[in-house]
Each structure stands twice: as C-alpha cells, then as structure tokens.
Design a protein around this ligand. Structure first.
Ligand code: 0PR
Length: 416
C-alpha cells in the first residue's frame, strides 16, 4: 500500500486512536519484557524537565545562551564524575555520534599520513561507521581469555600509521572493561590519541570503589585519555537523545570546531556533527545530575549490581546454562553447552521477551538496567512461559526467582 498525505487532516482524537493501535506492537519498559536493552525508562523528573524545555536548540546558542551554559555545566559535572571537572564536550544524539566525534578529533590532531585506529574486536559497531565516514582504517585486535583487549597484541599492532587507540569501559556484549591504564601508557609513549568508550560504563564504574567492588581506572585520571564517550541515555536515566562526548581540554575539542559566521552575533563555533540539537536533552541531563548527585547515582548502581550478583549466583547453580564470564558490571552473558541458546533466544522472542543474542560469545545478554518495572510484571508472565518452554524451564524459573524480586521492587520504588 502506498501512503499518501491526506488532502484534509484528521481530528487529533482520531490520530491518537490510530497511534494507540499502530504502536501496540512496540515493546514498553513497563511491560517488564525488555531484558536486554542498555536503555531504560527515563526518570520521571527528567521527562518532566525535557517536556518543559522542548523548544531549546543548542545549535543556536545566540537564541538559547542559558541552555548552552547549562550544557557546559552539565559536561563539567559529568567530567567531575570522570576525574576531570575541566572537561568540555557536548550532549549529542547518542554514543554513536560521540564515538564518531572522538575519532574525528583524533584524525584532525594526527600527524600526516596516519589513518589507522586500533580497536578491540569487542568495540561497538559505531567505530565501523566512524572509520567509514572519516576515511580511517580500523585495526581490530583480539581479546584475552577475560574478554579484554589483548594488550600484547595492541602493542605489536602500533605502527607509524597508527593515529589512535580505542579502549572500552563496558563492552556492548558483556560489560567488560579493557585495561585502560596499560593502553594509556602505550598511547603516551607513542603520542597517540586515546579514546575511551564508556557509553555504558561511565555511569557505573565511578562508584565501584566506594561500593567496595573491584576498582577500574578508565577515565581522565589516566593522563593518556583524550576523550570519553559517556551516555546519559543509558545508565544515566536521561531521555533519548543524550549521548555524551567529553574531551580532556578545549584544545582537543577545537580540533573539530567549525566557525558559524551568522549565528550568535557571528562569533560562534560548533563541534558537533549536527547543527540543530536538542537543548531539552542537555537541560534534562543537568537536572538529573543535580537532582541525583553522586549518592543518587551510586544507589542506582548498587541496586543494579546487587541484582547482577544474584543473577550470576543463580546461573552458576544451574545445570543447563552458565555464565559466559563473571560479570564486571550490570551486564550478564548467559551461554549453554548442551542447549541451543540461540534457539532459546528465538523462542523467547516469539513469546514476546526481548533478549539480545551475541553470535561472537554465543550468549544471551541481560542488562540489569535501572528500569524497575522489570521486576514487577515478570513473575506472572514467566510462570505461564515456564509451562510452555519445557526444557528451558530452568532458565525461565531462574529469571522468575531472581529478577522478579519483590523486595528489590519495593526498595527501587522507595528510592525512585
Ligand atoms: N558504545 C557502546 C559501548 C555501546 O554499547 C553503544 C550502544 C554505543 C557506543 C552506541 O550508542 P548509541 O546506540 O546511543 O548510539 N549499545 C547499545 C547496543 O548496541 C545500544 C542499544 C540500546 C541498542 C538500547 C538497543 C537498545 O534497545 O546494545
């Protein structure tokens, strides 16, 4: 069927009715069926702020200077979380744009003829897009037995063509953190740009040492780190779009600046890919950071991690399935030696459950995100599902037992 614009418009009520029915097939976070997403239901306060300031456009700081100032402040607040209150940067469409901007800066700052970027094979596919757009070549390095980038191979891979190295602090499939201190040393020694993709981990790892978990150095504390991707629309509970790109200093950011001669009195620069850009997102991030503070985000991470440990403990006790590896942050990979986990993912999908299947590790990914509805609706549906899925009952039982935890739900609601 070809869709054509109606000659006459329809009444709002009819349009809304159509939308209600047309969008029924979309998953919703409050259904509790989304178990493998890195995004979450945005925090209610962030939604309120976002709706209030929808018209703000950071592409025109002449019209919205106060919003631009709040964005600057929010990047500093986030920078302070990542050991550098002097950090600068922007809130952009997502981690993809942030990673593209980082490699853009690396390329512009690089010495002549350098066009190779070393990334772990676990790096997000946004780096493939970045390389394609920027005319760069990705050199993908294998992982060690702990699923971190293999440092010895990174070392061997550096040549006179290398311009940058990317380290990941929270891989997309398993939430693994590369050994960024070692990469930082290497980057310093070879005068290479180091970008850290902490799109997911940037809101998780800063609280680990205070919470008594294994500590990971990954941020601006390490002198070689030039930029960090950190996405408020993942673990930061902000509405989409809110990716974050932070630079160590302005000189690095300026390497991608373009002068805009006719906006804001003719004296402005832009260092983002897009021009018109959501100010509401940046304002909502500022509001969330200010409202939550360190303690607030720490509590979110603590809850997510305590669920993660429970899930991991439960899986370890099961016969049919096992952990791909011990979780580092609130991402759990589940594999099986004697059943087809891909088929399980497919079956669960058919039944309306959303997991991610990762072909490389041949595992399912669960993200224990701050979305507390997960714990509410799960039990009843899982009970039904458990009767139907036969041999996979154990996994389903496990999710029912461990994730649909009423106690957690109550505590999450109390703290929301
Ligand atoms: N860096 C890392 C480490 C990521 O995991 C992701 C996205 C990105 C960068 C890119 O971020 P944007 O998607 O914001 O551009 N990781 C998620 C993933 O691939 C994105 C996602 C989130 C996909 C929610 C689906 C979903 O429901 O799983």
């Amino acid at each position: 069927m070809v869709n054509r614009l109606n000659q006459k418009g329809l009444p709002k009520s009819l349009v809304l009715q159509q939308l209600k029915s047309r969008l029924k097939e979309d998953f919703t976070y409050d259904s509790g069926r989304i178990l493998g997403s890195m995004c979450t239901e945005p925090h209610a306060f962030a939604k309120q702020v976002y709706m209030k300031f929808l018209e703000k456009n950071l592409g025109d700081p002449g019209l919205f200077p106060a919003s631009a100032e709040l964005e600057k402040e929010a990047t500093q607040l986030l920078g302070s979380l990542l050991s550098n209150p002097d950090a600068c940067g922007h809130f952009v469409s997502g981690g993809t744009e942030a990673n593209i901007i980082a490699l853009w800066a690396a390329r512009n700052l690089s010495r002549e003829k350098r066009n190779e970027v070393i990334v772990p094979v676990s790096a997000h596919y946004s780096f493939d897009k970045a390389a394609d757009l920027l005319g760069l070549r990705l050199i993908k390095v294998k992982l060690n037995e702990r699923f971190q980038v293999d440092i010895a191979t990174v070392k061997e891979t550096i040549t006179s063509r290398t311009l940058a190295i990317v380290g990941v602090a929270g891989t997309t499939d398993l939430g693994i953190v590369d050994s960024i201190p070692e990469i930082s040393e290497m980057a310093m020694a070879h005068k290479l740009y180091l970008h850290v993709d902490a799109a997911f981990g940037g809101f998780v790892l800063p609280f680990f040492s205070e919470l008594g978990y294994a500590n990971f150095d990954f941020d601006f504390k390490l002198p070689g780190v030039c930029s960090i991707t950190v996405d408020p629309h993942k673990m930061g509970l902000a509405p989409i779009p809110a990716g974050g790109i932070l630079f160590r200093n302005e000189a690095i950011m300026k390497s991608v600046s373009v002068e805009v001669p006719y906006l804001a009195g003719g004296n402005t620069e832009q260092s983002t890919i897009v021009g018109t850009r959501s100010g509401a997102s940046a304002v909502a991030v500022w509001a969330l950071l200010t409202h939550f503070g360190r303690e607030g985000y720490k509590a979110v991470v603590e809850r997510c991690m305590s669920l993660t440990w429970k899930l991991a403990e439960g899986i370890e006790k099961m016969n049919d399935v096992s952990l791909v590896t011990k979780p580092v942050m609130n991402i759990v990979g589940i594999k099986s030696n004697d059943m087809d986990i891909h088929l399980l993912a497919h079956k669960l999908r058919e039944k309306g459950w959303q997991f991610r299947f990762f072909p490389v590790t041949f595992g399912l990914r669960l993200c224990l995100i701050p979305n507390f509805y997960i714990f509410r609706v799960s039990s009843e549906i899982l009970r039904k599902l458990s009767r139907k899925t036969g041999r996979w009952r154990l996994l389903v039982w496990f999710i029912l037992q461990k994730i649909s935890c009423k106690q957690e739900e109550r505590s999450l609601r109390r703290n929301a």
